[in-house]
Design a protein around this ligand. Structure first.
Ligand SMILES: Cc1cc2nc3c(=O)[nH]c(=O)nc-3n(C[C@H](O)[C@H](O)[C@H](O)COP(=O)(O)OP(=O)(O)OC[C@H]3O[C@@H](n4cnc5c(N)ncnc54)[C@H](O)[C@@H]3O)c2cc1C
Length: 518
């Protein structure tokens, strides 16, 4: 049987007609796309080629992830024991935010990845935070309610003994200079062709389809689909097809970063630490080989030299000439459409939201998986393209709202940067409604469900963020009411979490972790 798809015939007797895919760019995004596509389409004989220009190179930063990266590794069939040692990777239970709030009792909080046992404790936290928002002087700090928060503090690993049947989600830290090349090796073993060439020209048809790209040696490469993974350059989607870029600068001020490594102490907690500095924030990320440090800041509020001095002082490396800092510019925002004509952008070429919650690779993965699904369920037509673009834009905006929330609820007053962030009223309707629901003492979960955004950031994440900044009535406005009755329940929860955590092994030292993953 032959079926017509309108544009062309692709499914013949249940078989997909092989297509030619050209991925431009060999950073982490390009090789993630290559792996997902060869996994989905290799068996149908698709010709998948990745072209990269070694003299342009990769951005070489981005060391944090969420549990979604585990689902990527699972989807392409890679095992931790193979890829983790090769990429100096460690486990991550969440992110600790230090110094973003000046509210008494809230100097820091932890944004945990969910654990199964949270199902028993989260309702009590939601209830307690609601009661505190409505004036009861009850404990409202999130760190006391979630397993991974407690386990990160206690330096425990995400692996429980066999007789404890509850799992916990976790992400990874990894060396960004190693992950892409590792995925590249895997993709090539599975059939992806790799060409080193610098693309200098693009041939676009009158109806906006890319027909071919040309390299500096005059070679021409044709394909049915072009995947733009060229980083901030966005050579195909933004340059050749002229898809507009939507900047996020009105409520995300950071546009620059500085990075350098420092030696790793033997004992580290399985967490990223994000510490508020004068004009932005610094990450501290433990790998098996080193600590990754970075300062994400706004160039409107400090100079590159001042920022470097600040990061050097913060990390304790001082003026040491042995520590060489890299300075980077960030283009923060998203493209208006991620899929235009026969071109998809994935990675920095489609947009970037600053790395506060380490979400960039999640968006790469969901973009490529969504594209594959949209093509397969439409017989390789453009039928699902608008829906796909709306979906990915929705994801970018949802992540943006969550990141903007960090800045707008900060209570620091030490610099113009923090004051301007707190006073910024350029908020989306969605974020405005979330914040008003919270401060009005109403049910936040209901609001997230009403907005249908719970699958982007779950209710736990929003509660942790807003409670973690101490966004409650001032202490003098709280009353004691029947707080004792509640407190008994909370004490039981703390004890429950403590006991659960004892089932998880201590977080591994460098050597143990290498032995475990070997
Ligand atoms: C400061 C900072 C911190 C970050 N932290 C995180 C984090 O914690 N977690 C996270 O998930 N993400 C993070 N990111 C984002 C992350 O770095 C990127 O999403 C990821 O590295 C993927 O980058 P990429 O592959 O899109 O682009 P790149 O790494 O820039 O790769 C671009 C590729 O395109 C090729 N190329 C470009 N032009 C041409 C051409 N004309 N011809 C041929 N080849 C070409 C280059 O050679 C290169 O191979 C961070 C980003 C920044 C800036």
């Amino acid at each position: 049987m032959t079926r017509s798809t309108g544009a062309r015939l692709v499914v013949v007797n249940g078989h997909i007609k092989p297509k030619k895919i050209l991925i431009l760019g060999g950073g982490t995004a390009g090789w993630m796309a290559a792996n997902l596509m060869i996994k989905a389409w290799g068996k149908h004989g698709f010709d998948i080629t990745l072209i990269e220009a070694p003299d342009i190179g990769i951005i070489g930063v981005g060391e944090g992830s969420t549990p979604v990266l585990k689902s990527f590794m699972d989807a392409i069939g890679l095992e931790e024991k193979d890829w983790m040692p090769a990429c100096n990777a460690t486990y991550k239970l969440g992110i600790r935010f230090d110094g973003w709030s000046t509210k008494p009792g809230f100097p820091r909080y932890f944004h945990p990845f969910p654990a199964q046992v949270d199902a028993f404790t989260a309702p009590a936290f939601f209830e307690a935070s609601l009661a505190r928002r409505n004036g009861l002087d009850i404990e409202g700090h999130p760190d006391h309610f979630f397993l991974n928060s407690y386990m990160a503090e206690q330096k425990r690993s995400p692996f429980a003994s066999e007789n404890f049947p509850f799992t916990t989600l976790y992400g990874y830290h990894f060396d960004s200079g190693l992950l892409g090349p590792y995925l590249g090796e895997v993709a090539q073993q599975r059939g992806v062709k790799h060409i080193q060439a610098k693309v200098t020209g693009t041939k676009v048809s009158a109806d906006g389809q890319i027909e071919a790209v040309m390299d500096e040696d005059g070679r021409t490469f044709e394909a049915d689909y072009f995947i733009d993974c060229t980083g901030f350059r966005s050579t195909l989607l933004q340059e050749a097809l002229q898809v507009p870029f939507v900047p996020f600068a009105d409520n995300l001020f950071n546009d620059s970063a500085i990075v350098f490594p420092t030696p790793r102490p033997d004992e580290v907690a399985p967490q990223t630490i994000s510490t508020a500095l004068k004009s932005g924030w610094a990450w501290t990320i433990p790998l098996t080989s080193r600590i990754g440090n970075g300062y994400v800041y706004s160039s409107a509020y400090t100079t590159a030299d001042e920022a470097e001095q600040e990061l050097r002082a913060f990390t304790g490396v001082g003026d040491s000439a042995e520590v060489e800092a890299r300075h980077l510019k960030m283009k923060v925002g998203r493209v208006a459409k991620h899929w235009e004509g026969n071109c998809l952008a994935a990675g920095l070429s489609q947009g970037f939201i600053e790395p506060l919650e380490a979400t960039a690779l999640v968006l790469v993965q969901l973009t490529v998986q969504g594209f594959i699904r949209a093509l397969e369920t439409s017989n390789f037509t453009t039928e699902k393209r608008d829906q796909f673009n709306d979906d990915i834009n929705g994801r970018f905006e949802a992540v943006r709202n969550y990141i903007v929330a960090h800045y707008v609820v900060n209570s620091r007053t030490d610099t113009d940067y923090w004051r301007d962030n707190a006073n910024n009223d350029k908020l989306s309707r969605s974020l405005h409604d979330i914040l008003s629901t919270w401060t009005a003492g109403k049910n936040l979960t209901d609001e997230l469900i009403r907005q249908k955004i719970e699958d982007h950031y779950p209710t736990m994440s929003w509660h942790c963020l807003l409670a973690g900044y101490g966004l409650y009535p001032a202490k003098e406005r709280l009353h004691t009411g029947d707080v004792e009755k509640h407190q008994v329940k909370l004490d039981e929860i703390h004890e429950f979490i403590r006991r659960c955590s004892l089932n998880y092994s201590p977080h591994m030292s460098l050597l143990e972790s290498q032995q475990r993953t070997a």
